[in-house]
Structure formats: structure tokens, C-alpha cells
Design a protein around this ligand. Structure first.
Ligand code: TRP
Length: 333
């Protein structure tokens, strides 16, 4: 496939947790690695400022998490020689443009964002809800527009944020009479079975449900997690028929085992038990994760600091160029 003239791609994940899980990988990271390997010019950001919207009481933890998330990017196959891997707060232009965009973004656009409403409920008391949370999509818009990317690969849940971003881009151009920003594409994975990996209990995979398989788990930890996974509740004996559509182990087999069609058939017919499924899944998944574990093991703390310093320098170069155009369009000198 031919690449567009502008090959830049920006994406990011929040550093609210130190570890990424296979849902993060299948839903987003895997797509980034593919794009990098197709020759796109990737900017892979760790959104520590976004994590502060809910973790402002633990900024040190957010920063430490950011290093771990960056390690997971690299373990997953992001090559820091090809792609810029950086921490959002290390590139000060994000904070500067966020302030300018916050002056020209209508409040109504932000109050309508569904994720804002959800987060508000998570945090409980309105007293504790920070001002910055409302501006979450404005900051995300800044993250994107500073790099003037061709596209932004994200999971489907991020679509509302991306829409506001293109609206802000057009509003800026109109207000200040210059086409500084060009709308970007949303690059949402088409393969739904990969985009939505269920948790071990078949709910959404999430740290708060303790139902995750982490990329950085050891082989033994992965084996133990799979042992605890939810299977067909009515399949008690080995020869009871299973319903693979509702069984977490079968869902993962579909992603990680090349023999999944036979495994599903046999499960349905009661020709195999859940123990056998779990054993075969453990082998397949551990094999899949092995190269990631090896890359992670080779990364020490000093190396990751070097990578992030270099990534921030590369990102700053682009971000500063855009910032200069923004100030010029606004007539600020
Ligand atoms: N909001 C995204 C998430 O929750 C993280 C993010 C921050 C992001 N800035 C971004 C994603 C810019 C894509 C582009 O995962």
C-alpha cells in the first residue's frame, strides 16, 4: 500500500497504570507497531498529564508509571530508532498550546463528551473533580495537532475525543484566518475480535476488575491467570458441551492459537475439557509474548531514560515549529 505524503502518526496512552495488558496491545499498540513497520513516522507518547486528571494526588507515581509504559511500548515492538517515544510533560509545548486552546474551546463541546460524564461519576464528590478533567479532550487535541499528523490510531472508545480535535482545528483556522491545521484521520482497528479482548471474567479487561493478562507478566504468572479464567458455566464435566462465544479461554484461543477452529469445534461437542483448553492456551500465549518479554528484559532504567530524552528532543522539534505558527496566526508577538 502506498503511504501518504505526510507519514506522521501520533498516538498515546495514559500512564495511570504501570503495566499494559493484552487488551491495550490488541486494541491499539499492535496497530502502532504495524504502522511503524509499514514506514510511517511514529510519535508514541506517554500521556502523564492526562493521568494527573485522576491521579493528581500521586504525581510521582504517574511519572514512574510513565517509564514502565514506555518499556511496554518498546517491548511490544516500537523501535526507538525509528519511532519517537516520549513523555507528554517533557515537551512543554503541550502545556502552552493547551492553555491557548482552552481559551477558544466552547464549554458546551466539552460538557457533552461521554467520557467526561463517566469520569465525573468515578471520582465521586464534585468537590474533588478537577478543572483539568473537563479539558481532557482539549489536551488530547493539543497532543495530536502539535505534530500535524496524517492520522491517529486509537481504540474505538477514543472516537469522541478525536472528533472534538478536528472541530477545534477547524475553529482555530477560521478564528485566526490561517490554515494552520489540517484535519487528521481516525485509524480505528477494523478487526473487532482483536479490538475488544474480554477480561478473564468476560467483563471489560480492566485493572480495577483484576481480570487482566499483562504483557510484562512472567510465564508462570500468565499460566496462573489463565487457570483462573472464566469458562462455560454449564460445562462442568469434560464431556459437557461448551459455548466458546461466552468463554474467555476460547476467546483467547481464537486470538493466539492457530488451531482455534478445531479447538472450538471439539469444545462445542464436548470432546475436550476446559483444562486442556487452558493448557494449550498457556502454551500459545506464552509463545506469543516471549519476544516481548525478551525485549523488556534487555531494557534497563538508564536505557529508557536515554530513549525518552531522545524522543522528547525529536518531538520538541516538531511541536516548537507548530507553536511558532500558532503564535504567528494569532498575531501574538
Ligand atoms: N485519552 C487516551 C487514552 O485514554 C490517551 C491519549 C492522550 C491519546 N493523548 C492522546 C490518544 C492523543 C491518542 C492521541 O488512552
Amino acid at each position: 500500500m502506498e503511504l501518504p505524503a505526510n507519514k506522521r502518526i501520533l498516538s498515546g496512552m495514559r500512564s495511570s497504570n504501570p503495566r499494559l495488558h493484552i487488551g491495550n496491545y490488541e486494541g491499539a499498540l499492535r496497530n502502532w507497531v504495524d504502522l511503524q513497520n509499514q514506514g510511517y513516522d511514529m510519535y508514541c507518547m506517554v500521556a502523564d498529564l492526562h493521568a494527573l486528571t485522576t491521579m493528581y494526588e500521586e504525581p510521582g507515581e504517574v511519572s514512574r508509571n510513565a517509564r514502565e509504559v514506555a518499556k511496554d511500548y518498546i517491548a511490544a515492538g516500537i523501535d526507538p530508532a525509528k519511532s519517537a517515544v516520549f513523555v507528554q510533560s517533557h515537551v512543554r509545548e503541550h502545556s502552552e498550546l493547551h492553555l491557548l486552546f482552552s481559551m477558544m474551546t466552547p464549554l458546551g463541546w466539552l460538557e457533552r463528551v461521554p467520557t467526561y460524564k463517566e469520569k465525573q461519576e468515578d471520582l465521586g464528590a464534585a468537590e474533588r473533580e478537577p478543572y483539568g478533567l473537563l479539558g481532557y479532550p482539549v489536551l488530547q487535541t493539543v497532543d495530536i495537532l502539535l505534530y500535524k499528523p496524517y492520522g491517529v490510531p486509537v481504540g474505538r472508545d477514543q472516537a469522541p475525543h478525536l472528533e472534538i480535535g478536528n472541530d477545534i482545528a477547524l475553529r482555530f483556522n477560521r478564528l485566526y484566518g490561517k490554515d494552520v491545521f489540517t484535519p487528521y484521520k481516525y485509524m480505528i482497528p477494523e478487526d473487532e475480535s482483536r479490538a475488544k479482548v474480554p477480561g478473564l471474567d468476560m467483563r471489560k479487561m480492566s485493572k480495577s476488575y483484576d481480570n487482566c493478562i499483562y504483557l510484562s507478566d512472567t510465564e508462570d504468572q500468565t499460566a496462573a491467570r489463565i487457570k483462573s479464567a472464566f469458562t462455560t458455566p454449564t460445562k462442568i464435566k469434560k464431556d459437557d458441551p461448551g459455548v466458546p462465544e461466552g468463554c474467555a479461554v476460547c476467546q483467547y484461543l481464537r486470538l493466539y492459537s492457530k488451531d482455534w477452529e478445531t479447538q472450538w469445534d471439539e469444545d462445542r461437542q464436548g470432546l475436550r475439557g476446559c483444562m486442556q483448553n487452558k493448557k494449550e492456551l498457556t502454551e500459545a500465549l506464552n509463545e506469543y509474548l516471549r519476544p516481548m518479554r525478551e525485549r523488556r528484559a534487555a531494557l534497563d532504567d538508564a536505557t529508557i531514560e536515554d530513549i525518552l530524552r531522545d524522543g522528547a528532543a525529536r518531538a520538541t522539534e516538531r511541536a516548537a515549529a507548530t507553536m511558532a505558527e500558532v503564535r504567528d496566526a494569532m498575531g501574538m508577538f
